[in-house]
Design a binder for this molecule. Structure first.
Ligand SMILES: *Cc1c(COP(=O)(O)O)cnc(C)c1O
Length: 434
């Protein structure tokens, strides 16, 4: 039934060799290089709806949606038409446009606790700026983050847990200074007690605590009952700002993102991915009282030559408008994701393999391990050899999964039940092949 079994990837391999000569590792973002699953990445020629087509003409059902942004599916007609109309009017001015206000109005209507929003060019920039804003607003310097949560590649976030009992982290990339690392305190995800201890030991010093309300960068890890609510209380008690990094979950789990989906209020929220509809966009927003600290209204500096770019705002505005006018989309996405997860669980149970399949809304991930995956440590226990086999079998048969066990799958609205059945059949064949 599937034609990809004898697929050639000759052209992709050729393009990868060429790319490696002029781009470090041949890619512009490390996860694309397949380092954790082995082999060469495929190069994409085009995409439409649920499908990717590589440089050799092979078709893949796409489960990463460009890591989230393509929630409607690829090359959505409305988005493409709107982009074409904008492009002919000029693509960048460095002078305000009405488009920026239109998307800001729409986004602040959809997102709870966001009176004002500032647009930037990536999720990294959004998170980096949100932390600066929190520091400027509170006059404090320390930041709490959670091991395994990803907030982009800015220095304060590239920190890993220090040894022994120390709470402050150490740089996990050369180039990040010890000075920066000492201001980032680390806690395990879903460990409220640890957070409480850190607050108590650093009274009056913690500007903000940043979290992925549903973690998606250690596989998909939902928050335990009461975890976010507990942090909310601690933030109120200690005068610390609670930053929800909704770069993944924003406009994906619900129109109002994880705040709405989970019923917990944040002080500052960061966005990226879906808010740009496939163009490079990030954003951060908060109550007016906090946002008015930003330049030019206030003293906290933040700027961007291409921020609010007309093409980016057009793709974002059109995508958010479609989502706002069709809220059933969230029900459809969650139903489809549950359906696929259910078929995979049945097959795994029949095979008798150890696994954990976490799923929430249109996010899910599969770990080949026995213990529940609740944080970075438990997520790291997955059998990576098994994951590699699984990834490559699915790829060979026309299913594109995240090329790392530490990433979430993102379903898009163009995926059909037929696609899901086909995916499940390939998965069953994989289990039989073991
Ligand atoms: C992707 C991501 C980021 C970084 O966004 P970029 O646009 O890649 O800079 C930040 N936080 C979370 C939760 C993400 O998933």
């Amino acid at each position: 039934m599937n034609t990809n079994i004898d697929r050639s990837v000759e052209e992709s391999n050729k393009l990868f060799e060429l790319a490696k000569k002029v781009i470090p590792g041949g890619v512009n973002s490390p996860v694309r290089a397949f380092k954790s699953v082995g082999g060469n990445p495929i190069f994409i020629d085009k995409a439409k709806g649920a499908y990717l087509y590589d440089a050799d003409g092979n078709r893949y059902i796409d489960y990463i949606a460009s890591w989230g942004p393509m929630i409607l599916g690829h090359a959505n007609d409305e988005v493409v038409d709107a982009l074409a109309r904008t492009a002919v009017k000029g693509t960048s001015f460095g002078i305000p446009t009405e488009l920026e206000t239109k998307i800001a109005l729409l986004a602040t209507q959809m997102a709870p606790n966001v009176d004002q929003i500032r647009f930037v060019n990536s999720g990294t920039e959004a998170c980096m700026s949100a932390v600066r804003l929190a520091r400027g607003y509170t006059g404090r310097e320390k930041l709490i983050k959670f091991s395994g949560c990803y907030h982009g590649h800015a220095d304060p976030f590239l920190i890993e847990a220090g040894s022994g009992a120390v709470t402050f982290g150490t740089p996990n990339s050369p180039g990040v200074t010890k000075g920066t690392a000492k201001d980032t305190l680390l806690a395990p995800f879903n460990d409220l007690e640890r957070v409480q201890e850190i607050f108590a030991a650093n009274e009056g010093e913690i500007a903000a605590i940043i979290i992925e309300p549903v973690a998606g960068n250690m596989g998909c890890v939902p928050p335990a009952e009461g975890f976010l609510e507990g942090i909310r209380k601690l933030c109120d008690q200690y005068g610390t700002l609670f930053i929800f990094d909704e770069v993944m979950t924003g406009f994906r789990l619900a129109p109002g993102g994880a705040q709405e989906f989970l019923g917990v209020n944040a002080d500052i929220v960061t966005y990226g991915k879906v808010i740009g509809g496939g163009l490079p966009v990030g954003a951060f927003g908060a109550r007016k009282e906090i946002m008015s600290m930003l330049a030019p209204e206030g003293p906290v500096y933040q700027a961007g030559t291409l921020s609010g770019n007309p093409l980016a705002m057009t793709a974002g505005y059109t995508t958010l408008s479609i989502l706002k006018n069709d809220e059933d989309i969230y029900v459809r996405l969650a139903d489809k994701t549950r359906y696929l997860a259910g078929l995979m669980k049945t097959a795994l149970n029949e095979k008798g393999l150890d696994y954990q399949l976490n799923q929430l809304g249109s996010m899910m991930s599969l770990h080949f391990c026995k213990d529940e995956v609740v944080d970075f440590e438990t997520s790291s226990k997955g059998n990576n050899e098994m994951f590699k086999k699984y990834f490559h079998y699915m790829l060979d048969h026309g299913v594109y999964l995240p090329p790392s066990a530490f990433e979430s799958y993102f379903l898009n609205d163009s995926i059909s039940y037929k696609d899901l059945d086909e995916t499940a059949q390939i998965f069953r064949d994989f289990l039989i092949s073991l």
